[in-house]
Design a protein around this ligand. Structure first.
Ligand code: 3EB
Length: 316
């Protein structure tokens, strides 16, 4: 089936957000961010330089908004947008609860397939019950997915990033028919990572592909300088950027060279001061691309301490 779904990074000033799901990455959480026909998400990351963009997802039809405690839903004929926001202490259990709430809400409405999911929480390298908090997050997520018997081949594209606010913010895009999950030939699938990264492996696809009325969309998971399952170039942000771009190129080639190039990218930087260096590598890499992808920058902690950046985005 061909879906109606559109993804853009809109200039903040020009955005006309009266429908769909809009993500204000760097903006503070507002008291009431629910409006009819609009699901607004505030992950609460710090913007690097002015956060000039709003991430916008729109689809056709009239929306049905719903709010139940930490869960917010915006249901359209072909797409369900959903979010969950709550405290992030007891992260393992909070994550399991969030995924159970989100997945059961999706299933109950006939949206059995997740195409894309984003996860943000504080203090990603902190400790909880003798585990690094990213691992506690992975265990909680795996517990919910196992309980609901979600197969590994049906995993969404994903992002998991640490911020400075003590909140768990998850948002997702669900569909009635499955997206095509894509893996990267340069990387071991995350769900097959060796145990030393986490007692329960992360569960996500490297990308998903959706066929839409506007053409194919590739939804890129957060991608870093990992080859096989190992981090590369621990102290060299330029080399990490080049390795990450090589991963993204390999993913594009696997998906199909004829598919569209990246329309927008988001770069999460551990150290905001690396922006100029990373931007120079990106400019070089995309020097022949026209139009070049729109790029948004955010400060964020990547789940492995040695990783200095992660890049996600959408081909359209
Ligand atoms: C990696 O490739 C980097 O746990 O959902 C990227 C995207 C990463 C998603 C997740 C983790 C996740 O393993 C980390």
């Amino acid at each position: 089936m061909t879906l109606n779904l559109r993804s853009r990074l809109l200039p903040e000033a020009a955005s006309d957000p009266d429908t769909g799901m809009h993500v204000h990455l760097g903006a503070p959480a507002s008291a009431d961010n629910t409006r009819d026909g609009l699901l607004e998400i505030h992950p609460g990351l710090e913007a690097v330089a002015p956060d000039a963009y709003v991430e916008s997802w729109t689809t056709r039809g009239s929306p049905r908004p719903e709010r139940r405690g930490p869960l917010r839903l915006l249901e359209y004929p072909e797409i369900l947008f959903a979010s969950w926001e709550g405290p992030d202490h007891g992260l393992r259990d909070q994550t399991e609860q969030a995924y159970r709430d989100l997945l059961s809400a999706c299933h109950a409405r006939g949206f059995e397939h997740l195409a894309r999911i984003w996860n943000f929480f504080g203090d990603i390298h902190g400790e909880e019950d003798g585990l690094e908090r990213y691992q506690a997050f992975c265990i909680g997520r795996a517990a919910a997915l196992e309980a609901l018997a979600i197969p590994q081949t049906g995993m969404p594209a994903a992002t998991a990033i640490g911020g400075t606010q003590p909140r768990l913010v998850i948002y997702l895009i669900a569909t009635r028919t499955p997206a095509t999950a894509l893996e990267n030939p340069r990387q071991v699938s995350a769900y097959r990572y060796p145990e030393r990264y986490s007692p329960k492996s992360p569960t996500f696809a490297r990308a998903t592909r959706l066929d839409t009325t506007g053409g194919p969309l590739i939804l890129l998971s957060g991608t870093a300088s990992i080859v096989g399952h190992e981090s590369r170039h621990p102290d060299d942000v330029a080399a990490q950027t080049r390795e990450t771009l090589a991963n993204l190129r390999a993913l594009h080639e696997t998906a199909g060279r004829h598919l569209p190039p990246p329309r927008w990218l988001r770069v999460y930087l551990r150290r905001p001061g690396d922006r100029a260096c990373v931007a120079a590598v990106l400019a070089e890499h995309f020097s022949n691309a026209w139009p070049p992808p729109v790029v948004q920058w955010a400060r964020g902690d990547i789940c492995r301490r040695e990783l200095l950046l992660e890049i996600e985005g959408v081909h359209a």
